[in-house]
Design a protein around this ligand. Structure first.
Ligand SMILES: [Fe+2]
Length: 360
C-alpha cells in the first residue's frame, strides 16, 4: 500500500507585524554559498512602503518581477536563474514577496539555481535532481495555497505543469496578515475563492480522507466567516482568517487533490492566459451539477460582495480554442480521477470537456 509521505514547510511564523522578523530569520543562512540573498518582489510594490521595510544588505540582489501579464513561465525562470548566477554566483537563499505567482517564482528559481539546463525538462513529479538553495515565502495576497504546496506551477511551451518535489516546499514562510490589507477587492475575492474551491474539490473527491477533511472543514468555515457570514468583508480579523484558510486549504490538498474546476482553469490559463484564481471563478459558477452545494454557496458570496463574473465567453471561442483547452484539461488525469474515480474515462472525454467549456 502506498500512502503519500508529504513534506511540510520547515518553519512558519504567523502574526501581525511578523514581517519585521525577516532580517533575524535569514541572518544565520547568510553564511551559505556566496553570502548574499536574492529578494524577488511583485513589481506592484515598486516605490511602495513595503519595499522600504525589506532588510536587504548592500550585497543583496533586489529584483522586481512583473506578474500581471501572465503566470510564471519556464522561460522567465531560466532567465532569472541565469541573471542571478551571472551577476553574483550562487546565493545563500531567495526570498519571495508577493502573491501565488511570486511564491512559485521563488520556489522554482531556488531549485533551478542548482539544477542545470532549462526548467522545461523538470516539469513533472520528482524530476528535479538536486535540492535548491534556501527559500522563504512571504505572501501579500492569500488564497492560492502556494505558500505550502510542493509544486511551483510553470507554463512552458508545451505544458502548464509544476516542478513538483519535496525540495520545492519553502524552508520558511512568514504569514503577516497586515500585508494583505491593501489587496484590490476583485483580487481579494478571486484569490480567496481559490481557497474555497480547493476545499470543495478536496472534499468532493475520491482521495478525501480524515486528514484532508479536517483541514478543508476548518478552511471552509474560515472562508464563510470572511466571505459569507454577517461579519464578512474586509477587516483585520478577516485578513487573519483568510491567511490561515489559504494555508489550511493548501494543506488539505497536500493529502487530497483538486478536481474539475482546476482542470478547466488550467486550460484557460494555458491557452487564453487567464489568471489562475480568476479562471477558477469563471469556471466554477457553471459546475453546479458536479459541486451542487459548493456552487450555490459560491454564488451567494459573489452576490454578497457584488463581484461581476463574465458570462457567454464561449460564444467568442473557436472550435480550435475549445479543443486546445480541452486537451490541456484532459491531460490532468489526477484531477479527473479525484473528481470521478478510477473509471473517470468512462465519463470524461475531450467532447465532455469541450461541453463544459461551452457553458462558460
Ligand atoms: Fe488553485
Amino acid at each position: 500500500m502506498q500512502h503519500k509521505n508529504f513534506k511540510n514547510i520547515d518553519k512558519v511564523v504567523f502574526g501581525r507585524g511578523s514581517f519585521s522578523m525577516l532580517s533575524d530569520i535569514i541572518a544565520p543562512v547568510r553564511k551559505e554559498n556566496k553570502n548574499y540573498f536574492v529578494f524577488v518582489i511583485d513589481a506592484y510594490f515598486k516605490g511602495k512602503e513595503l519595499v522600504k521595510r525589506i532588510p536587504a544588505l548592500p550585497e543583496d540582489l533586489v529584483l522586481f518581477e512583473d506578474v500581471d501579464a501572465h503566470e510564471p513561465t519556464t522561460q522567465q525562470i531560466d532567465a532569472l536563474r541565469n541573471t542571478i548566477l551571472a551577476q553574483k554566483g550562487l546565493p545563500s537563499g531567495i526570498v519571495g514577496i508577493g502573491g501565488g505567482s511570486i511564491m512559485d517564482i521563488a520556489k522554482a528559481t531556488a531549485l533551478m539555481l542548482t539544477n542545470e539546463g532549462s526548467s522545461t525538462q523538470y516539469q513533472g513529479l520528482n524530476l528535479i535532481k538536486k535540492p535548491g538553495v534556501y527559500h522563504l515565502g512571504i505572501p501579500t495576497i492569500s488564497g492560492t495555497g502556494a505558500e505550502c504546496s510542493s509544486t511551483a506551477v510553470l507554463t512552458g511551451p508545451v505544458k502548464k505543469l509544476g516542478l513538483k518535489c519535496e525540495w520545492t516546499v519553502f524552508n520558511q514562510v512568514i504569514l503577516d496578515p497586515e500585508l494583505i490589507a491593501s489587496v484590490p477587492n476583485d483580487w481579494w475575492f478571486h484569490t480567496g475563492m481559490d481557497t474555497y474551491i480547493h476545499c470543495i474539490e478536496s472534499e468532493n473527491g475520491t482521495l478525501n480522507n480524515a486528514f484532508s477533511h479536517a483541514y478543508a472543514e476548518q478552511a471552509l468555515s474560515l472562508c464563510r466567516d470572511v466571505f459569507l457570514n454577517e461579519q464578512s468583508g474586509r477587516s483585520a480579523q478577516n485578513d487573519d482568517k483568510l491567511m490561515v484558510a489559504s494555508l489550511m486549504g493548501g494543506l488539505s490538498l497536500s493529502y487530497s487533490e483538486v478536481g474539475v474546476c482546476h482542470a478547466l482553469s488550467y486550460g484557460l490559463s494555458k491557452i487564453l492566459d487567464y489568471r489562475h484564481c480568476y479562471a477558477n471563478c469563471v469556471a466554477f459558477q457553471h459546475l453546479e451539477d458536479v459541486y451542487p452545494q459548493g456552487v450555490q454557496e459560491f454564488k451567494k458570496m459573489v452576490a454578497k460582495h457584488k463581484i461581476v463574473l463574465p458570462q457567454h465567453l464561449a460564444e467568442e471561442w473557436s472550435e480550435d480554442i475549445l479543443t486546445k483547452m480541452a486537451e490541456v484539461a484532459y491531460n490532468l488525469p489526477h484531477m479527473w480521477h479525484q473528481a470521478f474515480g478510477e473509471a473517470w474515462k468512462e465519463k470524461v472525454s475531450l467532447l465532455y470537456i469541450k461541453d463544459l467549456y461551452k457553458r462558460l
